[in-house]
Design a protein around this ligand. Sequence first.
Ligand code: CDP
Length: 249
Amino acid sequence: MKRITIAIDGYSSCGKSTMAKDLAREIGYVYVDSGAMYRAVTLYALEHGLIAPDGTIDEERLRAAMPDIVISFQFNPERGRPDTYLNGVCVEDRIRTLEVSNRVSPIATLGVVREEMVRQQQRMGQEGGIIMDGRDIGTTVFPQAELKIFVTASAEVRAQRRYDELTAKGEACNMEDILRNVEERDYIDTHRDISPLRQADDALVLDNSHMTIPEQKQWLLREFERVVNGGKSGMSGDSKISGLSGTLK
Ligand code: CDP
C-alpha cells in the first residue's frame, strides 16, 4: 500500500500531537513534531544567552550558531512517542516549559531558523510514510501531502488542556499566564511574514473543542483510510465534518 504524507496544522495546544502520534503508532508511520524543533532552537538560544531578558534576539549570533544546532528524534517506547534531542542530548522535558513557550514564536518568525528547519523536515519526509504536525506543514513543508488536516479549538479549551498537562507534570503554572501565552502565540503565528499559520486550501478542518481523544482518533483514522483507499482529499472541511458526527463542528 502506498505510504502517504499526512500534514496536521493548527493553533497551539489543540491536541495535534496527541492525534498525530496515536495515528502514527496505529498505522506504522513516522511521527515528527515540528514544533519540538522550533522549541529546541529556542532552548539553545536561551541557554547560550542569545535572548535578552526583554526578549530581544541576537539574530547575528543565532545565524552563526545554526550549523551547530542539530535536532533529532528517538522513539521512546515508554511514552509511545519520539523524544527530542538537541546535539545528542534529550531535551524533551526542557523544551516544554512555559519559559520556552514564551520565547518560541518570535524565534519561529526568523527566516534563518525556518529555512533550516523546513530543510530538515523535508529530508525526514522524503520517503513518505510520515505524519508531521505544526503550523506550515500543509502549506510550506509538504504542499503535496495527500492528507491535510487543520485543527482548531477555542483558546479557553486549549489553555485548559495545556494547564492540565503542565500540572500533571508537576510544573507550577496558572491559567491566566497560559491563556495569555496561547493567545500571544496564535497572534504571532498567524501574523508573521514567512509561512504564517493558515489553513491550506485543500485541508480538512477539525474543530475538536468538544471531542474526546478517542473520537478524534477515530475521525482521523477514517480520513486516512478514505485517502489511501483512493478517496478524494481536499473536500471542504466544514461540510465534510458536519456529516460525520453530532460532536463535530
Ligand atoms: O504544542 P504547541 O501546539 O503549543 O506548540 P508547538 O507545536 O510545540 O509549537 C511551538 C511554536 O513553534 C509555535 O507556537 C510556533 O510559533 C512554532 N512553530 C512554527 O512556527 N512552525 C511549525 N511548523 C511548528 C511550530
